[in-house]
Design a protein around this ligand. Structure first.
Ligand code: UDP
Ligand code: MG
Length: 152
């Protein structure tokens, strides 16, 4: 099913100069870019984004980390985009992430795992709405769509 998902290229990935290569992998998969911005994450935004993890032992470190340095926020659209991106990103703990995934190739620790990606269709929709205003989501016709998808 056609859906949208939010990706955050986390501070450690931006600092390490991996932002372009991370986004290139997702773009090359055939996902369609809908929105993109570079920003320092305000504390309330970080708290809202990670509200589901509040109270967990890693929560404070997570908030400190995501607000420590800028991120790239991106919306991709495509068939089963949530599952496709999660699979390309790899397991949360890079030690368990398969080689060939972003975390499996470029990360070592769970607290420095490079990327956030929405984990369901519903969180995809709510996270896109949290990070982007409606007018920041850009509608466009992609001429290669018929070479990526059978059914347009
Ligand atoms: N995290 C952590 N320690 C843990 C579990 C999670 O530092 O034991 C961090 C990690 O950066 C992870 C984020 O919290 O990406 C959100 O956790 P979640 O389980 O939602 O993983 P994700 O959806 O990012 O794979
Ligand atoms: Mg998650």
């Amino acid at each position: 099913m056609r859906e949208r998902t939010l990706i955050l290229v986390k501070p450690e990935a931006v600092q390490r100069g991996l932002a372009g290569r991370i986004l290139a992998r997702l773009e090359a998969r055939g996902l369609k870019l809908i929105a993109l911005k570079f920003l320092s994450v305000p504390l309330p935004m970080a708290q809202r984004h990670y509200a589901v993890h509040e109270g967990k032992p890693f929560y404070d470190g997570l908030i400190t980390s995501i607000t420590s340095s800028p991120v790239v926020a991106v919306v991709f659209e495509g068939r089963d985009a949530v599952a496709v991106v999660r699979a390309t990103v790899g397991a949360t703990d890079p030690v368990a992430a398969a080689p060939g995934t972003i975390r499996g190739d470029w990360a070592l620790e769970i607290g420095r795992n490079l990327v956030h990606a929405s984990d369901s269709r519903e969180t995809g929709e709510s996270e896109v709405a949290l990070w982007f205003q409606p007018e920041e989501l850009v509608p466009w016709e992609r001429d290669t769509d018929r070479w990526i998808s059978e059914n347009q």
